[in-house]
Write a protein that binds this ligand. Structure first.
Ligand code: MG
Length: 305
């Protein structure tokens, strides 16, 4: 037998897939999932960004190599974030600046889910936003009419808004309470983690709008919601049983991989500690230190002869 270099192919695709969900049935209090990495290469990879691919302004260990190996294997990759403050193009640019080339079409944010949701569910209705200017720009670019007039609004979109103020809350209140507008939120996150303690996120603005109107959001987009799951399924384009979702949070990333029927991988490089996994009823199929362990180990050069 000739010596084999590190495989650029996709050898694991011929293996039997691991049944997703096996580790999720572990009972809390029982010994938790052992730290272990997937032993095969899958046809598709959904990768959370913050805490999984990068943290702050740096790629996490192994991120660039892992994505390069996924591409070499001919597998699909999709980057996923719940943060609505940047466009997909902006995230692709940020990844490239950090040393990881990604196409805009490979990044899914809550704003892509938002435009698809509004076009399908509220075609032609005017939207009043509690959001930063990017949301208004994104809606207009998608042909969705935006208004600041409460009586004209059919939908109030609430997002992560660092410019949130009483005037915005009042307009949203009037649109919902007096004019019956529906409420749609971009993402469910209470806060966005950051080096200085983080920032209040969409759930805080949504709580304010819900508190004064007594109404509830008809949809909260982003992970782990079904609208984003649907977009992931469509964008990735591989059967869920052939796909992995890797992320750093149990209640968004692992929960959504369950919703999608994908194999779940939790990385310990972000928001979740091994002790939290031990205590949780939501368990990933695989638990790894960081994204550098997402693929099977490469045979060491020179040892295979
Ligand atoms: Mg994350």
């Amino acid at each position: 037998m000739t010596s084999r270099p590190a495989p650029p192919g996709n050898p694991g695709l011929l293996d039997q897939p691991d049944p997703p969900g096996q580790a999720a049935q572990a009972t809390p209090g029982q010994p938790g999932p052992i730290l272990r990495r997937p032993q095969r290469v899958f046809a598709g990879y959904v990768l959370d960004l913050d805490g999984t691919v990068y943290l702050g302004d740096e790629l996490l260990p192994g991120a660039a190599d892992t994505v390069a190996r996924i591409r070499l294997a001919g597998s699909r990759v999709l980057f996923l974030t719940n943060n609505p403050l940047r466009s997909a193009a902006s995230y692709a640019g940020r990844l490239a600046a950090l040393g990881l080339e990604a196409a805009e079409s490979e990044v899914l944010t809550p704003l892509s889910v938002l435009t698809a949701y509004l076009a399908a569910t509220h075609p032609g209705r005017r939207v009043l936003t509690v959001a930063e200017p990017l949301v208004d720009h994104t809606l207009r670019a998608a042909g969705i009419p935006v208004t600041t007039e409460p009586s004209a609004a059919g939908v109030v979109v609430v997002s992560f808004d660092r410019t949130f103020d009483y005037g915005k809350l009042l307009r949203a209140f009037l649109a919902v309470r007096l004019h019956g507008a529906a409420i749609v939120a971009t993402n469910p996150d209470p806060f966005c983690p950051g080096p200085d303690g983080g920032l209040p996120d969409c759930a805080a603005m949504l709580a304010a709008v819900q508190a004064c109107t007594g109404a509830r959001a008809e949809a909260v987009l982003g992970k782990p919601g079904r609208q984003m799951a649907e977009q992931v399924r469509r964008r990735l384009g591989v059967p869920p049983g052939e796909a992995v979702m890797a992320g750093d949070r149990l209640l968004t990333d692992v929960a959504m991989s369950r919703e999608l029927g994908m194999t779940s991988v939790l990385v310990l490089s972000g928001a979740t500690s091994a002790a939290e996994v031990e205590r949780s009823a939501v368990r990933p199929d695989y638990l790894i230190d960081n994204i550098g362990q997402l693929l099977p180990s490469q045979p060491e050069h020179g040892s295979a002869t």
